[in-house]
Every structure is written in C-alpha cells, then in structure tokens.
Design a protein around this ligand. Structure first.
Ligand code: ARG
Length: 573
C-alpha cells in the first residue's frame, strides 16, 4: 500500500500541471511539503500554496482556489481552499479499507521489508568486561543493540551480533596472582564476580607496600599470553564465572549473540596489523611506543604498542574490524558504545581509512548513547553509587507480581507475566528517549507502570486480545469500513499506516526510540478509540466486523512494535 501522503502528493502534482500546463520550477516530490494539521477539522493533510507562488507568479489564495476546483479524486480525498492552504480530507471509508486489508494480509509482517536482502550488518553491543558485575552502565548498549538487531532482521538484513568481551589486559594477571595468594576455588565459585573483584581490590591495596606483587601480576599476564596451561585454566574459569552471571541477565532480557569473540580472541591477530601499519608507513616511534599520528585530522595519536610491546584497546579493535570484514563481509558495522568512546571510534575509523580501507568511511558507524547516572550522581562502584542489572530486573519483576496479585489475582501464569511486565518496564524506560540523551536512573521512574510505559502498551495489547475473544464469529459478514469514519478510528489508522515508515526511520537513524514512540502512539490511539466507541454492537454486525478488523490489526502491530524494542506481549494481564 502506498503511503497516503505520497499518494496525495502525486495527485496534487498532476492537478497542478493540469491547471497550470506551463508551470516551471515545481518541486518534484511535494510530499515533504504536505503538512499534518493539528486539528482534523482542517483536513488530514494541508498544502501551503505560498510554496507555489514564486513558480506560478500568483497569490496563494488564488492558487488554492484553482487547485481545489480542479482536484477531482473522490475515491481518495476531497480538497478545500482555506486562506491560501489546500486542505485534503481523506475518503475515510476507503482509507480504512485499504489500510486494513494491507495490514491483515500478513499482520505479523506489517513494517517488515526486503530492504536489507543480501546485505550483512555486524553489531557490536553489550560487550561486557570480564570480572566485573553487569551493571546499569551496560544496560543501554545491551537493549539498544538488541533492538537494532531485531529491526535489521525485520528489514531483511543478515545480522551478526557480537559481544566483544573485555577479556584482555594486565588486570587479569593481577587477578590470578591475587587468587594464588588469597583465593580459593570454592569461594570464587560461590561468590562469583564479586569475589573476583574483592581479590583484585586486595591486590591493589597490598601492592602499594609490596612492589614484588606487581611483578608477579605482570608475569602471570605474560603466562596467559604465552599460553601457560595453569594461567589459561584460571583465566578461562574467571571468564566462565562472569559469563554465567551475564547469561542469566541475557536470558531474562531475551538477548542473544552470534559471537562472543572478545579482545583476547584477537591477541594472536594483532601482530599482522602492526606489520601492515609498518609496511604502509603509518607507524611512528614515540618514546619507545608505537603510534599512528593523527594530528593532521585534529586528533591525538592512536596508540598501537606500548614501549614494552604490549598491544592496546585500539590495536585489538583494528584487528577485530579487519577480521569481521574478512569473516562476515559486512556492508555495515555498528558499534553500540557510550559517547565517552567517541574519540576512540573516530581514531579507529580514521586509521582504517589511512590503511586504504575505503569502506571504513561509510560502513563503520559508532552508535553512541548518553551516560547513565544514578539519582543525580555519576556511577561509581567504589562510592557505592551502583545498581546491578540482576537486582534491577528482580525488583522490577517483584513489583509487577505485587500489582498482578492485587489487580488480577486469578491470572494463570502470574510469574511469567510478572517477568514480561517487569522487564517491559525497564526496557521501555531505557528506549523511551533518543539514545544520545543522558539517563538519570531513578528507581521509581524505571519501575513506573502508569502513563507512557512498557506495561501501558502491554496492557493495551492484552485489551485488544480480550475484545477479540469476546467477539462473536463474524467471518462471513462483510465489514462496513464506513463505520470507521470517526476521528478516533482515523487517527489510529493513520498511525498504523505510518508504522512501516517509523521502522525504516529507526533503522536508518539507529534509533529504537522511534519505534517506542510509534507503538506508544498506537496504544494511546486505540484506547481513545475504545473509550469513545463501542466495538461490539449486536445491531450492527458489519460495523462491528470493521471495528474488530481494526482491533486485530492494532493488536498485531503493537506486538511487532514491542518485539522490535525487545519487549514481550502477554496475552492477559
Ligand atoms: N568493553 C568495552 C567497555 O565496556 C566496550 C567495548 C566496545 N566494543 C569495541 N569493539 N570496542 O567499555
């Protein structure tokens, strides 16, 4: 189904040339100039005719008048001239029929496309650090990435989701040294990541008075690098313990990765990168370290090797970018990482470009997002300003369960719905605003279930289901779509018809919040329609059938919208 705006723009274009055959300088696509009046009494679309006064050398009211008289498309819309505007009023019954038959032909595919067919996108998100607990600082990257993966899948791309684990660096040598001195298997097994953190903190405290410890830490890291079996065994075990914790969170959120190749995966692939940089004449000495000078681009140098020969975050990211290009042949490579790393990625992309990889210019994208603070304070484990994801999700589920026990004590699968609703509240709060906005986390806000929230949208989905369950079987009754000519139904239809454009826009801008807003507007419009109009009316089966079609289409699109932002849709709440 063509976008209604596009359709009107085309018909308007034809009318202009019919009335003014010699017109010149008329914009080719008028759809961008069509406005949506705030009040439906002014029409569904309005065209400001002053836009044509220059090319036509006439006053806007005259143009509007002439076009209104000539516009003859009763199947689509009628046009009225008011104060130099051409106001279009859709043929509401036809608009309803067209929109609903298009959606109901394949309800769960509405908004999908083949746009990405044959193309591959790599997505680096979540990318947690080993031996650190999963906290709300990693919530945005996890849910934005997960949503983008679903959106790109829906648009026909092949997606490769990558958790670029932070699992390389001297701190892991220190952790092993600490473990050998003061740790034991059972305690770490039981205490998990927290226990590893304690060991690390103790190491740093004791090393202040005992420089030999630092040496031990370095030597354990060297052993990891050299593949010493004992070092590797402990290191891999640390990883397993961390990942086991993280997996619980990923499972609750419904997040999956195609690859967990993290920084350590590239340890044996950095030498080739260093060599290539050398060959291409990009490497320079700087106090014994090796760098790529980026002064000409207004950036500090990109560090490639420390003076002791150790690689850096950048070195491993260079290796990773080349590996991903070679392995997956991506057409697009996204990094969903907070804006603190803006410079890191600018440097990374620039170095790749200098190496002669032109694709780095338009195929590499840093999808950055705002910082998370906690009730006005910067996150800090040390100062105790921190919220762990498992705690957040547990509290959200508990609160959801309380509400369910109060409002729907007879619901069958309470625990399951509490999980869906609790997670829905948290994910929604994270994807509500443009990703670049900083988020100040407040418990009451994240666990809010009223107003514009995940649970509100989920509730609307369940409401649609309940309406459909109560309906009689009207399959053999032809719907009377003229029954949907009221403002509330029309507003809802308009939003449903624009949903595919919202999904496309979200993909192009790497902005899941566009889908969040679209699905919220649809939920609000359905509730408004529901309060103003009785859906089931025994005396009007054909009208009822039309309202049920609208309900069914709404239900399907809400489910898709929620899915695309990573939220489940409970059948009953
Ligand atoms: N582990 C890093 C962090 O927590 C994020 C890694 C992002 N991905 C990458 N390829 N650099 O800050």
């Amino acid at each position: 189904m063509a976008d209604m705006k596009q359709t009107i723009a085309g018909l308007l274009q034809a009318t202009i040339y019919r009335v003014f055959p010699d017109a010149q300088g008329i914009p080719e696509d008028l759809s961008g100039l069509l406005e949506v009046p705030p009040d439906k009494k002014m029409g569904d679309y309005a065209f400001p005719c002053f836009r044509l006064s220059k090319p036509l050398r006439k006053a806007p009211p005259m143009i509007a008048q002439a076009l209104a008289e000539a516009f003859d498309e009763p199947e689509t819309a009628r046009a009225e001239a008011v104060n130099g505007y051409l106001n279009f009023f859709l043929n509401r019954g036809n608009f309803a029929a067209e929109t609903l038959s298009a959606i109901l032909a394949a309800p769960e595919r509405w908004g999908s496309s083949e746009e990405g067919k044959g193309r591959t996108v790599c997505m680096d998100y979540s990318s947690i650090n080993i031996a650190k607990r999963f906290h709300i600082g990693h919530l945005s990257t996890t849910v934005i990435g997960n949503s983008l993966k679903r959106i790109y899948d829906f648009r026909g791309w092949r997606t490769v989701s990558i958790n670029h684990l932070g699992d390389w660096g001297t701190q892991f040598g220190k952790m092993i040294a600490a473990y050998k001195h003061w740790g034991d298997k059972e305690t770490v097994e039981k205490g998990g990541v927290d226990e590893m953190t304690k060991l690390y903190v103790r190491f740093n405290t004791e090393a202040q008075n005992d420089p030999a410890l630092e040496e031990e830490g370095r030597s354990w890291f060297k052993k990891i690098e050299d593949g010493d079996p004992e070092a590797l065994e402990i290191f891999h075990w640390f990883k397993d313990v961390t990942l086991k914790d993280a997996m619980r969170v990923y499972d609750i959120l419904g997040v999956r990765f195609d690859s967990y190749a993290g920084e350590s995966f590239y340890a044996d692939k950095t030498a080739a990168v260093v060599e290539e940089l050398q060959e291409k004449g990009l490497l320079q000495d700087s106090d014994g370290a090796k760098i790529v000078d980026l002064e000409a681009y207004g950036m500090p140098p990109c560090l490639i090797l420390k003076s002791d020969g150790a690689t850096l975050y950048h070195t491993r990211d260079l290796a990773a970018a080349l590996y991903r290009k070679k392995t997956y042949g991506f057409d697009l490579s996204l990094y969903v990482v907070a804006y603190q790393q803006d410079l890191h990625f600018k440097q990374l992309f620039k170095v790749l470009e200098l190496m002669g990889y032109d694709w780095a210019k338009d195929q590499m994208k840093h999808v950055s997002f705002g910082m998370v603070s906690y009730e006005g304070q910067a996150l800090s484990t040390r100062k105790g300003v921190m919220i762990y994801l498992d705690e957040l999700l547990t509290r959200a589920q508990e609160k959801a369960l309380d509400i369910i026990n109060e409002k729907s004590p007879n619901l069958e699968n309470k625990e399951e719905v509490a999980r869906q609703v609790g997670v829905g509240a948290v994910v929604y709060a994270t994807l509500q605003n443009n990703r670049i906005k900083d988020i100040d986390f407040w418990w009451d806000r994240a666990l809010n279930f009223d107003g514009e929230t995940g649970p509100y949208v989920q509730y609307t989905y369940a409401r649609c289901g309940s309406v459909l369950r109560k309906a009689p079987d009207l399959k053999d009754i032809a719907p009377d779509y003229a029954a949907l000519d009221n403002d509330e139904a029309q507003q809802l239809l308009l939003l449903l018809s624009r949903f595919p454009a919202a999904v496309a826009d979200a993909a192009d801008k790497y902005e899941p919040s566009i889908v969040t807003r679209a699905v919220t507007e649809i939920a609000k419009a359905y509730n408004k329609f529901y309060y103003e109009h009785r859906v089931l009316d025994e005396n009007d089966p054909a009208g009822t059938r039309a309202r049920l079609d609208l309900t069914q289409a709404t239900r399907a699109v809400i489910k898709t919208g929620l899915y695309l932002i990573g939220i489940e849709a409970p059948e009953r709440m």
